[in-house]
Design a protein around this ligand. Structure first.
Ligand code: DOR
Length: 421
């Protein structure tokens, strides 16, 4: 090809089996085939190259009150060191994102600190200005708490109906956290699993589907069991999290708060059953919900729910690709192609016109060690499991992570399609 590019990735083996050189200019792939001249050339022979992933469900925390758990800087560095180049932040931060003003202030914090691309979602709660946040550039509405969780109050059904109508009218995407919480003493992982049961999750999913207006774009967050996955069909979409596919209650002491998460980690049988739906899962997202070791060291009933995961999601699943448990294309579809389609955004990829975000991995896995992760949480429930971690991550043609070192390239805010400049 002719013309001068910013970066060429040479000898990239794409999932179809062919080997190409990828040329990137002004942040975008401009050619995939033979290469020309460039400011920088990286030879990827013998390595695995994936498009930068979109993690469409993360809690970046930050702000005055939650910066000990995570900041936009540490959270987005964790993302880059885990092969994620675009994070979609959930709005249950403190203060929550409820109108154009709080949206702008969240955006300013992200713009100042982020190391990877990012989008920001809008809260759905009484008094929230949904059209205002849509115009300000919210990527989606939610996660909408159809049941209470850490830093999220359950939304009453009457209001949910009204909010759905409003989101339908403006053409937004509603993302829903569906659970039913039963009264009881929440003092162990098994109790947590019982009080926020698979049946309760499925019940709430069916209620939400029933009240959703016909043309609403509806996406379910973190479905954890076959009962609820089976209910989602047609144009509605859903995501599943690594912890529901890789962890089960029996792997932990029953009082272990570090595995406390909403929806809960299920039993081993449910985890196995969920794998049977791998091909139907639209999105794999992390629900990166960092809480510090000190926060998690509280008594079970008081400990916050949530598991950090943006830095380990792709490494864990790429290790499964290497072990031939899943195909590389299925991983790319669930972490890049489908999130972009659902969010109406461009994604990274090997074809011209796609974002020039890539991650370069070695051909061997390593044992996950919390000391080598970058989240302020400082722990991971995947310690000791196998993960394949990037050697380099590229954002819009710039090397932004290389062998443990970060470089601030040109991280971008990716607004939702309601954005009016
Ligand atoms: O376990 C969870 N933690 N589930 C959620 O839905 C929220 C999250 C958090 O923000 O910590």
């Amino acid at each position: 090809m002719s013309g001068y590019c910013d970066l060429i990735l040479k000898n990239v083996s794409v999932p179809s089996g062919i080997v190409v050189d990828i040329s990137i200019k002004d942040g975008i792939v401009v050619h995939s085939g033979s290469s020309g001249r460039a400011g920088e050339i990286i030879d990827c022979k013998g390595l695995c190259v994936l498009p930068g992933a979109i993690d469409m469900h993360v809690h970046m925390r930050g702000g005055k009150e939650q910066s000990s758990k995570e900041t936009w800087e540490t959270g987005t560095k964790s993302a880059l060191a885990g092969g994620v180049t675009h994070v979609v932040d959930q709005p249950n931060c403190i203060p929550p994102v409820t109108d154009a003003f709080s949206f702008e202030s969240r955006l300013a914090e992200a713009k100042e600190q982020a190391f990877c691309n990012f989008s920001i979602n809008a809260s759905v709660m009484e008094g929230a200005d949904l059209p205002g946040m849509h115009r300000a550039g919210a990527a989606a509405f939610g996660e909408i708490f159809a049941a209470p969780s850490s830093y999220g109050e359950g939304v009453p059904e009457k209001f949910l109906r009204q909010a759905f109508r409003e989101i339908e009218k403006i053409g937004g995407l509603a993302t829903v956290h569906a659970e039913t919480v039963t009264e009881g003493i929440d003092d162990s992982l098994s109790a947590h699993n019982r009080l926020r049961s698979p049946e309760g999750e499925a019940l709430e999913v069916s209620k939400v589907i029933e009240i959703a207006p016909e043309n609403l774009r509806l996406h379910f967050c973190h479905l954890s069991c076959p009962e609820s996955v089976n209910l989602v069909s047609g144009k509605n979409t859903f995501e599943v999290m690594p912890h529901h596919l890789l962890l089960s209650t029996g792997m932990f002491d029953d009082l272990d708060t570090f595995a406390k998460v909403n929806p809960p980690v299920r039993d081993e049988e449910t985890r196995h059953e969920l794998w049977r739906y791998w091909d139907r899962i639209d999105v794999l997202a992390s629900d990166h919900a960092p809480h510090t070791i000190a926060d998690k060291s509280a008594e079970f009933s008081c400990a916050p729910s949530g598991i950090p995961g943006v830095g380990t999601m792709i490494p864990l699943f790429l290790a499964l690709v290497y072990r031939k448990k899943i195909s590389i294309q299925s991983l790319i579809d669930k972490t890049t192609v489908n999130p972009a389609r659902i969010l109406h955004m461009n994604c990274a990829g090997f074809e011209p016109g796609m974002r020039g975000d890539f991650t370069i991995y070695p051909k061997t896995a390593e044992i996950i060690d919390p000391e080598r992760l970058h989240s302020l949480a400082g722990w991971t429930p995947y310690e000791g499991m196998e993960g394949v971690f990037p050697e380099k991550t590229i954002l819009g043609g710039d090397v932004v992570y290389s062998d443990g070192e970060f470089f601030r390239g040109n991280p971008r805010w990716i607004p939702g399609d309601g954005y009016i400049e």
